[in-house]
Design a protein around this ligand. Structure first.
Ligand SMILES: N[C@@H](CCC(=O)N[C@@H](CS)C(=O)NCC(=O)O)C(=O)O
Length: 213
C-alpha cells in the first residue's frame, strides 16, 4: 500500500498514527502542498479534490481520512481501534463525522488562516473565515469539553480511531486565535493524546520533514 501525503500535514498525521499503531508496511509518498504538487496531473488522477492524503492499495484508491483509517483497520482485522460492536462502531464514526464537520473543520481553518498562511507568506488571514471558525468553536467546543469530563478517551474508555481523528489539530490549540483556556477537559485530553505512542511517533516523523502548516 502507498499513502500519498504531505509531510507534516495534520490530516496525514492521523493516518500515519494508525499505520504505526497497526504496524503496517505502507510506503509514504510525499508531496509539497505549497508548491502546488497536489495539483499535478498524476495526483489529480488519484484524488480530484487536490487534497491529501490518498491511499492506494493496488488498483483501489481511497481518499478521506476517516474512510482510510477504517479501511486500514479492516485490512488487518484490528478490533481495538475499530471494534466490531455496532454501537461502538457507530459511536466512533459519530465522533469522526462530528470532528470533520464541526470541531476540526473550524480548528483546521484557524490553523491554516492564522498559522500556515503566515508561515508560507500567503497573505493575511481571511477575517470572515476566522470569525466563522471562532463562532463554530463557540458552539461545539463546549460539547467536546463536557463529553471529556472524567473520560480518558472519546469512546468506551479506550483509544480508538475516534481519538486519532479528534487529535488532528491538537498541536494548534495554543497557536490559533481562539482561547481554549476554559476548556480544561479538552486540554487535558489533547495533552494525553500528545503522549500516546503512535500519535507522538507520527508527529516526530512529521517534524523530521518540511512542515505543511
Ligand atoms: N476531509 C479531508 C481533508 C483533507 C485535507 O484538507 N487535507 C489538507 C492537508 S492537511 C489538504 O490537502 N489541503 C489542501 C487544500 O485544501 O487545498 C480528509 O479527511 O482527508
Amino acid at each position: 500500500m502507498i499513502l500519498h501525503t504531505v509531510p507534516g500535514s495534520p490530516n496525514g498525521r492521523r493516518v500515519e498514527a494508525v499505520i504505526s499503531h497497526l504496524g503496517l508496511p505502507v510506503e509514504l509518498r510525499h508531496y509539497d502542498l505549497f508548491k502546488g504538487e497536489l495539483k499535478l496531473p498524476h495526483y489529480l488522477a488519484l484524488n480530484g479534490n487536490a487534497k491529501a492524503p490518498t491511499l492506494q492499495d493496488g488498483d483501489f484508491v481511497l481518499w478521506e481520512t476517516t474512510a482510510i483509517m477504517q479501511y486500514l483497520c479492516e485490512q488487518v482485522g484490528n478490533t481495538d481501534l475499530f471494534p466490531r460492536s455496532p454501537r461502538l462502531r457507530a459511536d466512533i464514526t459519530r465522533w469522526q463525522c462530528w470532528e470533520g464537520l464541526y470541531f476540526n473543520a473550524a480548528l483546521g481553518t484557524l490553523a491554516f488562516e492564522a498559522v500556515a498562511k503566515a508561515k508560507h507568506n500567503m497573505g493575511p488571514p481571511d477575517a470572515a473565515l476566522v470569525a466563522q471558525a471562532r463562532a463554530t468553536l463557540n458552539r461545539f467546543a463546549p460539547v467536546l469539553d463536557a463529553h471529556m469530563n472524567s473520560r480518558k478517551y472519546l469512546v468506551d474508555e479506550r483509544l480508538t480511531l475516534a481519538d486519532y481523528s479528534m487529535a488532528t489539530f491538537s498541536p494548534y490549540i495554543d497557536k490559533v486565535p481562539y482561547d481554549f483556556t476554559p476548556f480544561r477537559h479538552i486540554r487535558s485530553y489533547f495533552e494525553r493524546m500528545s503522549q500516546s505512542e503512535h500519535w507522538a511517533r507520527a508527529g516526530r516523523a512529521a517534524a523530521a520533514q518540511p512542515r505543511a502548516a
